[in-house]
Design a binder for this molecule. Structure first.
Ligand code: OSB
Ligand code: MG
Length: 368
């Protein structure tokens, strides 16, 4: 591939409703849509999923723009790429900045698959074309949480996730469970607990949750082992797993039974596939995490979820979960709780240029 141009578009949209986690409330979402173009004008699409502020990881839209513009795009444009798997190595001189790297790397994967005239899910060896879909309740008060859960169950979502924190855990789950005995339900703590709170987590064992996601600190793998030993409920790690080495450590220590894989958090599709393969070999379950993303990242999440280890419905909801109108065509739709993969080349979605024009706040083109 001879990549000649990269277009970085910062976009901004209001969420349909505010989204609350243990770490705060989000009202609007900024993101970066990345287009890489080859000498024939074929375009690959990627999305950097960092937020406007560094509440989930250290990266932000601004740090990603800097890293892309001043560091990663110049590395990409410096010489031809034969296969997207080469990029991990090329970017390895640069520490961290996983979301910036992943945004660019996934765009190159899309371009590569388009050049092969094959769907990207097929290129990475995916086998599942029907992806079960889960939705996340983004409210911390009981009434709103119940209303959201009811709507998601009605829309057919196959697994519901709810955000918890100390003081809003037992009560919240009990209320949801009393209305929905059998719906697959799980909780995400976004690191709101410490080992001192172990009794609060143990109390949740009675609700038959699929798993509890990231109870302890973002940089912890060791103490999660103690939580997993105390709980019957499987522990799932999200923020703690940033590299393949982190996944190896969590497996060796038995710190979790499940890993939430996010392409952005782990630095790209290549590394996400490696973590999937490692978990599969070691009997851990995996599912695909969400970032309240726009359609391009949603499409890449669907590609990843085609791999055979992805059995649990991920945080991959329809475009209309968060957006009045998404920036891709067609939009991602959930039918009977499933999303069907496209057999079109690449990620199978195109940019909706009219919508992009409405929501773009800054755009820059870099030429090789
Ligand atoms: O912890 O999984 C998380 C969204 C933004 C940042 C972190 C997380 C989330 C979610 C997924 O819970 C929400 C979604 O994309 O539907
Ligand atoms: Mg999480």
């Amino acid at each position: 591939m001879n990549i000649q141009r990269v277009i970085l578009s910062v976009i901004k949209m209001n969420l349909k409703a505010p989204f609350s986690t243990a770490l705060g409330t989000l009202w609007e979402r900024e993101g970066i849509i990345i287009q890489v173009a080859d000498e024939n004008g074929v375009i690959g699409l990627g999305e950097a999923v960092a937020f406007s502020t560094p509440w989930y990881t250290e990266e932000t839209v601004k740090t990603c723009m800097h890293m892309l513009k001043d560091v990663l795009v110049p590395i990409l444009l410096a010489s031809p790429v034969h296969h997207p798997s080469e990029l991990e190595d090329r970017f390895s001189a640069i520490r961290g900045n996983h979301m910036a790297k992943a945004g660019l790397e996934t765009a190159v994967w899309d371009l590569y698959a388009k050049n092969q005239n094959k769907p990207l899910w097929e290129v990475i060896g995916g086998t599942q074309m029907i992806i079960p879909s889960g939705a996340v309740v983004g409210a911390h008060d009981l009434d709103t949480a119940l209303i959201q859960m009811e709507a998601f169950v009605k829309q057919g979502y196959k697994r519901i996730k709810v955000k918890i924190k100390p003081g809003l855990d037992y009560k919240l789950i009990k209320a949801l469970r009393s209305h929905y005995h059998d719906v697959p339900l799980m909780a995400d703590a976004n690191s709101a607990y410490t080992l001192k709170d172990l009794p609060l987590l143990e109390a949740l064992d009675e609700f038959n949750l699929l798993m509890i996601e990231q109870p302890l600190a973002v940089d912890d793998i060791v103490q999660h082992r103690l939580v997993q030993r105390k709980l019957n409920t499987p522990v799932c790690l999200d923020e703690s797993i940033v590299t393949l080495h982190d996944a190896e450590s969590a497996i060796d220590l038995e710190s979790c039974k499940v890993i939430n894989i996010k392409i952005g958090r782990v630095g790209g599709l290549s590394n996400a596939i490696k973590i999937h393969d490692l978990c599969l070999q070691n009997g851990l379950e995996v599912w695909c995490g969400g970032m309240i993303e726009f359609g391009v990242s949603r499409a890449h999440n669907l590609v990843l979820s085609s791999l055979k280890g992805f059995k649990i419905p991920g945080d991959i909801s329809a475009s209309n979960r968060y957006w009045d109108e998404d920036i891709i065509l067609p939009e991602v739709e959930v039918v009977n709780g499933n999303i069907h993969l496209s057999s079109k080349a690449g990620i199978g979605f195109e940019l909706n240029h009219n919508r992009m024009a409405e929501v773009t706040t800054y755009e820059e083109e870099i030429r090789g």
